[in-house]
Design a protein around this ligand. Structure first.
Ligand code: NCD
Length: 313
């Protein structure tokens, strides 16, 4: 079967992608994973192209992995972080965008505290824009790397039971994952305190739990989330230790899931809060593999978007 062609200028969210487009990115990422095994980890695909990483929010994994992905494709990479940019000096985002456009990059990868900023930049800029996380909205490449990690271990997504636990309300990782996993036929459960699960989330086709145990029962995949304290406008928890007692994943609770279940976490982890070190570092954890998959997925995204740019020029 021939793969469908990629025709989008930007990658803004899972919400806009068809099943065929999601599968195209996952399959392309799978073929790029092999580059990491080579002695010389580079392909010439994006030679002479410039990728600007524009991070207005802290990031370790995502920014570094976009940078490595671009370099493995032979692109030139420039990193802007908010601490060093003019936004802290009061420049508007529209002016920042115009200035970036004047430097003629081929791709802008953007992370911002406000939902919709990548989409706004995509409208203003002629280059390809990739959303690296916008507020509590979407984080598409994270969901895609979670999906490649799951496929690697389980061989499929359809029919799996996936439990996502924690701060469902503020997590862009959860939103993108719900959209992706339900679209590919997984059964998705979300679990968290009532104050951290948005009302009406079941309309997205997920099962909702306010206790950890039923969410874990018989799960194939368990995805633990960090409390997004920086996005919570008021205290939604009596205390961290209370949260950890009710929703923290430890080895004993993990036994409720299938014996061959895997544990994911997008990072950064708060050890001892949502997950114990025993589970995070244990044999069922694939947390570090997720990080490795992140590079392949971001290579795939940049590669596919570059194809659209070629076709348009
Ligand atoms: C996540 C993010 O920034 O949305 N981290 C990541 O990109 N790997 C999750 C988080 O911050 O907890």
């Amino acid at each position: 079967m021939t793969e469908p062609a990629w025709t989008r200028k930007d990658l803004l969210g899972i919400g806009e992608l068809s099943v065929a487009e999601i599968e195209l990115i996952l399959n392309t990422a799978e073929s790029f994973a092999e580059v990491a095994e080579r002695p010389v980890k580079k392909v010439p695909t994006l030679r002479g192209k410039t990728v600007v990483n524009l991070f207005f929010e802290p990031s370790t994994r995502t920014r570094v992995s976009f940078e490595i992905a671009a370099q493995r494709l032979s692109a030139d990479v420039v990193n802007f972080t908010s601490a060093g940019s003019s936004q802290v000096k009061g420049e508007t985002l529209a002016d920042t965008a115009k200035n970036i456009a004047s430097m003629a990059p081929d791709f802008v990868v953007v992370r911002h505290a406000h939902a919709g900023v990548p989409a706004m930049l995509a409208r203003q800029l002629e280059c390809g824009v990739v959303n690296a996380g916008d507020g509590a909205h979407e984080h598409p490449t994270q969901a895609l790397l979670d999906a490649t990690t799951i496929r690697l271990h389980k061989g499929r997504i359809a029919g799996l039971t996936v439990a996502m636990v924690g701060d469902i309300m503020h997590s862009r990782v959860v939103r993108s994952n719900i959209l992706l996993l339900t679209r590919l036929g997984a059964r998705v459960r979300v679990a968290g305190p009532r104050t951290m699960v948005p009302r009406g989330i079941e309309t997205l086709g997920v099962e909702v739990h306010h206790e950890l145990e039923p969410a874990l029962a018989g799960a194939d995949v368990v995805m633990m989330l960090r409390l997004q304290l920086e996005r919570q406008s008021r205290t939604l928890l009596p205390s961290l230790s209370e949260y950890s007692r009710l929703f923290g994943l430890d080895a004993e609770r993990m036994r409720l899931a299938k014996p061959d279940a895997i544990v994911l976490h997008p990072g950064p982890m708060n050890r001892g809060v949502e997950i114990t070190s025993e589970v995070a570092d244990g044999s069922q954890s694939v947390i570090l593999e997720q990080v490795g998959q992140g590079v392949a997925v971001r290579m795939a995204a940049l590669y596919l978007l570059a194809g659209t740019r070629e076709a348009r020029s």
